[in-house]
Design a protein around this ligand. Structure first.
Ligand SMILES: [Zn+2]
Ligand SMILES: [Zn+2]
Length: 403
């Protein structure tokens, strides 16, 4: 975790080109408009209309209604060439905003608490800038506005709808505004950036009875407790210690009274790991342990396990491109850092499974301005100075790749 205090003046010293910087007031305005009308996954209708209306205004060809609310904008350079894609997510979260700001959410119980309003604004500004500088790149840039990143997985249906094809995308880049890193810092690395997200749901069926007569029962609390302990041995004793992984039991519900032995116990949890070779490993090993413990006690079980998102794996060449571009722009004391891995997940991973690309973190926290609450917090907000940095990194990546 990086916590070095930041010189608030450094952004003014950064080498963001003047023209992109002049877009800052508009980008902030777009971001705040989007922030006021947050919408949940696959229901980003106002958001999608906002994006489409801007693209229309600027004469940028685009397709709407992909995977419900997704949009694909296409911008051709001055001459034929390579095909590059930018991906931005548009959805908000079921959180009641507690910020007291003029652009506060107007939708009860829904809030842009992850920064996807900023991602959409950055992608819009990138589209605008490119459409006015077609002579600066060859080939085609596709801007993918994706619905439903927060758990519902909007990336897959966008890919199935063909956004990466015709013309075929050769590289893809996306970013996350990141309050774990201070403003002016960029987190980028080759290989795994974010973890695979998998989930499980376990019901243990014992035999209920009197709390004082255990010999007539099969105690689902005791069986469940042994399972919780045993599951910890997967990371401790089965996973290669060089690889990071998490097994978390998040829920354990059982019992109704102090003198009743619980008939059933219900557990849920999540598994995270970076190394894709562990795909399917955790579900198998978990079931082995659950089965053995249940059998030993005469209990039965129902075990459901599903893979939500694969790990976010960055391509070496495209990560190098993002890094070199970012190093040219960022002049903060921290600069561009590889120490930014997180066990959080992202469905950008589905795009990265299809084409080489890079997902990176754009530092956006500014504690001095009170903008350092964590993502998904009711008071989350970020330093909007980061918005133009995002546009600049995207534009420079495109100009480098599409030459
Ligand atoms: Zn989020
Ligand atoms: Zn997010």
């Amino acid at each position: 975790m990086v916590s070095t205090p930041l010189n608030p003046l450094f952004v003014d010293k950064s080498r963001i080109r003047a023209e992109i910087r002049t877009l800052q007031p508009q980008i902030v305005e777009w971001r705040r408009s989007l922030h006021q009308k947050p919408e949940l996954g696959f229901r980003e209708f106002l958001t999608s209309d906002f994006v489409a209306q801007k693209l229309q205004e600027w004469g940028i060809p685009h397709e709407t209604g992909i995977a419900e609310t997704g949009i694909l904008a296409t911008i051709n350079g001055a001459s034929p060439g390579r095909v590059f894609a930018i991906r931005a997510d548009m959805d908000a979260l079921p959180i009641q905003e507690e910020n007291d700001v003029p652009y506060k959410s107007q939708h009860d119980g829904v809030m842009h608490a992850c920064g996807h309003d900023g991602h959409t604004a950055i992608a819009l500004a990138t589209a605008y800038y490119l459409s006015r500088h077609r002579d600066d790149f060859a080939g085609t840039v596709k801007i993918i506005f994706q619905p439903a990143e927060e758990g519902l997985g909007g990336a897959e249906p966008m890919i199935q709808a063909g956004v990466l094809e015709d013309p075929d995308v050769e590289a893809i880049v996306g970013l996350h505004l990141w309050n774990v890193l201070p403003l002016g810092t960029v987190g980028v690395r080759t290989g795994a950036l974010m973890a695979a997200v998998e989930c499980f749901d376990l019901t243990i069926h014992g035999k209920g009875g009197h709390g004082a007569i255990p010999q007539q029962t099969i105690d689902s609390v005791v069986v469940g407790s042994q399972i919780v302990n045993a599951l910890q041995t997967i990371v401790a004793r089965n996973v290669n210690p060089i690889d990071s992984a998490v097994v978390t039991v998040g829920e354990f519900h059982a019992g109704t009274a102090h003198n009743v032995i619980a008939d059933t116990a219900h557990l849920t949890g999540t598994v995270r790991y970076f190394n894709p070779t562990y795909k399917e490993y955790f579900s198998q090993r978990m079931e082995q342990l659950i089965k053995g413990i249940c059998e030993a006690h005469g209990a039965t079980y129902e075990f459901k396990y599903w893979e939500l998102y694969p790990p976010v794996i960055n391509d070496e060449a495209i990560a190098d491109l993002v890094r070199s571009v970012a190093e040219n722009i960022v002049e903060s004391p921290l600069g561009v850092v590889p120490e930014c891995q997180t066990m959080g997940g992202e469905d950008m991973s589905f795009f990265l499974q299809e084409v080489p690309g890079c997902y990176f973190f754009l530092g956006a926290a500014n504690a001095a301005k009170g903008l350092a609450y964590p993502h998904h917090h009711p008071r989350f907000d970020f330093d909007e100075t980061a918005l133009t940095m995002g546009v600049e990194i995207f534009v420079r990546c495109i100009e480098n790749f599409c030459r």
